[in-house]
Design a protein around this ligand. Structure first.
Ligand code: AMP
Length: 419
């Protein structure tokens, strides 16, 4: 039997994996500049956590969650996103006791049983942040600026940040009433999915990608801000003022609603035309009720998540570390492999990456292998040279080869290792 990967999952390796690592490293560094620290939460959680926070009537909870019973009959789920888990961890570990806004970043695999297509997987990876402890629009502003800086840091140009406000919890009923009134007469013109959403989660009608539905909403001049309370409108205006003050470009999108129940007030999405139909590379917003709903003291919070698969796809200009290996050791005779292991051990202890052929290949074939592995240097060990305590070092970018003592080998390699 041939084993194949599960539908909607990917194996990530080679240059793609290197690229992900680079993105992850750069993002972690930048999050550090903004005062964030890392959090890692489990991939499995009690299903109730996601049902309660994301919402019963959302696509994620209704259709997409990988839910199962463990051997003891516990109802568990693979996480479809990280915010709920992080708030659970924040409360469970009393992270609220640390003073100031608690800023956490994470990266890891998420799981949603969506119909797999380009840019949409069943296992995908997110890098995201959550900032808990302020209702101020200035925190939204900083968070949005951080999202933008992360993209710039990996050379992504041409992304657009779209903004909207969903108002507070009290506004939700008013918004639903407003939408029912304005859309109600036009239900026959909407797609079957929207007719269903109209009954069960009306806000999601605005999220529909179907052009006919979009046209109906466009012609009706739908704008949920008309049903949002003055305080929330003020919060939105303050956020825009703050972004304008920073010279930051964004676009208001009256149809932006996001598919998760916990969002309130600010919502945003980062879109990029290079992605095709699934054009969002990241998304986020405020969730001012979630901490309290999950049993904590009321705390304002805001966060976002980027999809790594989509980031990597559009980060074409990411400067790559072109050399994978510092040194490849070529043996003139496989009997010298013990010498090679000693040399490799010494160099690795000095943070130099080394590999050796363990398959007894010919010298020519070992040289080819060194080339394939993109080695910066080749260290050639022969019987006679080993006895004299010297070896040959070939610089693979210039082709220059020298006979050197072990000490000089180390100095030359250390000086020439570039990434
Ligand atoms: P969300 O958690 O739905 O707000 O999504 C945030 C980001 O995660 C999106 O903008 C995508 O970049 C990424 N993402 C969400 N769902 C998927 C998926 N099924 N496959 C790949 N990336 C995804």
């Amino acid at each position: 039997m041939k084993y194949r990967r599960v539908r909607g999952t990917e194996d990530i390796f080679g240059t793609e994996s290197e690229k992900w690592q680079q993105i992850d490293n750069i993002f972690k560094h930048i999050c550090g500049l903004y005062g964030y620290s890392q959090i890692q939460t489990p991939v499995i959680e009690h299903s109730e956590l996601f049902r309660r926070s994301i919402g019963e009537a959302t696509d994620i909870v209704e259709k997409e969650i990988f839910q199962f019973q463990d051997r003891s009959g516990r109802d568990l789920s693979l996480r479809p996103e990280a915010t709920a888990s992080i708030i659970r961890a924040y409360l469970e570990n009393s992270l609220y006791q640390s003073p100031g806004v608690v800023k956490l970043y994470y990266s890891g695999a998420m799981f949603r049983a969506e119909r797999p297509q380009k840019g949409r997987k069943r296992e995908f990876h997110q890098f995201g942040v959550e900032a808990i402890g302020s209702y101020g629009p200035e925190l939204d502003c900083e968070t949005i600026m951080l999202a933008n800086r992360l993209l710039r840091s990996i050379g992504i140009e041409g992304s657009i940040i779209e903004l909207n406000t969903l108002g507070c919890r009290k506004d939700k009923k008013k918004i639903a009433g407003y939408l029912k009134d304005i859309i109600g007469k036009n239900i026959p013109d909407l797609c079957p999915k929207c007719s269903d959403r109209f009954e069960r989660n009306i806000l999601r009608v605005l999220d529909c990608k179907n052009q006919a539905c979009r046209d109906v909403l466009g012609n009706l001049n739908v704008d949920i801000k008309k049903a949002v309370c003055p305080d929330c409108i003020n919060h939105f205006q303050e956020l825009k003022r703050c972004l304008d003050g920073m010279g930051f470009q964004y676009r208001e999108n009256n149809f932006l609603v996001r598919g998760l129940d916990y969002y309130s007030r600010t919502v945003f999405e980062v879109i990029h035309t290079g992605l095709g139909a699934q054009n969002a590379v990241g998304a986020g917003g405020r969730y001012d009720n979630l901490v309290e709903d999950m049993g904590g003291r009321p705390e304002g919070a805001v966060g976002f998540a980027f999809g790594l698969e989509r980031l990597s796809f559009i980060a074409a200009n990411l400067p790559s570390c072109s050399r994978m290996l510092d040194v490849f050791i070529v043996l003139q005779d496989y009997k010298l492999v013990g010498e090679a292991l000693k040399e490799a051990d010494f160099l690795r202890a000095e943070n130099i990456s080394v590999d050796i052929d363990f398959q007894g290949r010919s010298v020519k074939s070992q040289m080819r292998l060194a080339n394939d592995r993109r080695a910066r240097f080749v260290l050639i060990i022969g019987q006679e040279e080993a006895q004299k305590g010297v070896c040959s070092l070939k610089d693979m970018s210039t082709g220059e080869q020298k006979s050197l003592t072990r000490k000089d080998v180390f100095k030359t390699i250390k000086g020439g290792v570039n990434c």
